[in-house]
Design a binder for this molecule. Structure first.
Ligand SMILES: *Cc1c(COP(=O)(O)O)cnc(C)c1O
Length: 357
């Protein structure tokens, strides 16, 4: 069988979740949208359920998958409902629901619900994606309360630039949030992973860690919390062919790499159809037979080439780590001009193999 696979360390996932709780000191919704950033939402939720305060997903389809698998913990729909008809399911399955737009507020007012809802009322504090305008926020809160259909309201907002530690924008967003929520005695939730890891003084009754659960840092610079994260996913495969080439020979599509000396090349069963980034350039780090080496030439659909010239112990069948405990996904992302979020979410075709550490 094809040797490409993604090993998922569930013990590391729990460690990272506990770390998010420890450094924030408050309750944490584990963000497992987009199939837990490619790690498998059901298995991740099962692994976390005993310790997690709840989960957050993008939409009701993802939330229903968790309930179908027997997850009973709170599940927040980060975009709320896309049409009012979802409210019946939200009530039936006890989902928590973001309200980010006035049309959602109106839908709640106009729909009969069998049980009162838990609503996370989202403010646009400056990211300008979704969220209520500050001038509408207090009125929306009052209307939700007056509707008689809401039992709990949590006040939330989301940061656009919390991964930039020297940028004043996050503090400005907090100021907008504080002004908008003045006088409202409700719990609040502001912090995503970069804010949990890099902005300890920003208040939050609930944090919403995503990428840090999977062991990746959102920061380019060193961070003390990042140093304590454990990588959850190891994407690995094997060398399926070894070639010895003289100097001056092209490797792969487009001859994007040409040997500059006699070289040993390993062909690895991993390509962009597995989610490995096609635009990762020559030099992107890989681990071959336990030693750091580099990608060579263009990534193809099912294969890529690595440099074995200085890895004499490597040969046919050697294990290659594309990212994981040794080669950080964030370093591969940096080399490929993307972010670890996208590397994880793009993963496909590769079987996920779970372990407890
Ligand atoms: C995805 C998401 C998060 C998690 O973000 P990370 O950067 O992965 O920690 C938190 N809150 C909201 C609203 C989100 O959409």
């Amino acid at each position: 069988m094809r040797p490409a696979r993604a090993l998922i360390d569930l013990q590391a996932l729990r460690h990272n979740y506990q770390l998010a709780r420890e450094v924030s000191g408050v309750r944490a919704l584990a963000v497992i949208k987009a199939d837990a950033y490619g790690h498998g939402a059901v298995r991740c939720a099962q692994a976390l359920e005993a310790c997690a305060d709840g989960f957050a997903v993008a939409c009701i389809e993802e939330a229903l998958e968790l309930r179908a698998a027997g997850i009973r913990a709170p599940v927040l729909l980060l975009e709320g409902f896309f049409e009012a008809a979802e409210l019946a399911l939200i009530v039936e399955h006890d989902f928590w629901c973001v309200v980010h737009s006035l049309w959602q507020l109106e839908a709640i007012e106009q729909t009969a619900v069998a049980k009162p809802l838990t609503v996370w009322l989202k403010l646009d504090s400056g990211m300008h994606r979704v969220g209520l305008h500050p001038k509408d926020y207090q009125v929306a809160y009052q209307r939700l309360q007056a509707s008689g259909k809401v039992e709990t309201i949590v006040l939330m907002s989301h940061f656009a630039r919390a991964d930039e530690l020297d940028c004043p924008r996050s503090s400005e967003q907090v100021a907008v949030f504080e002004a908008a929520r003045q006088g409202l005695g409700a719990q609040i939730s502001l912090r995503n992973s970069p804010a949990v890891m890099g902005w300890p003084s920003i208040p939050s009754d609930w944090v919403r860690p995503g990428i840090m659960l999977y062991g990746s840092t959102p920061f380019e610079e060193n961070n003390p919390v990042a140093a304590r994260l454990q990588q959850v996913m190891t994407l690995e495969s094997k060398v399926i062919c070894v070639r010895e080439l003289p100097a001056g020979e092209p490797v792969g599509y487009g001859a994007k790499f040409i040997t500059d000396k006699p070289m040993r090349i390993g062909v690895v069963a991993m390509g962009y159809a597995d989610g490995y980034p096609r635009h990762a350039p020559t030099g992107t780090p890989v681990l071959v037979a336990g030693q750091r080496s580099r990608l060579l030439g263009r990534v193809s659909m099912d294969m890529l080439c690595v440099d074995l010239t200085d890895v004499p112990q490597a040969g046919l069948g050697s294990t290659v780590e594309l990212w994981g405990k040794n080669i950080l996904a964030s370093d591969v992302a940096l080399a490929a001009d993307t972010i670890p979020y996208q590397l994880f979410c793009n993963l496909r075709r590769v079987p996920l193999v779970y372990s407890e550490g």
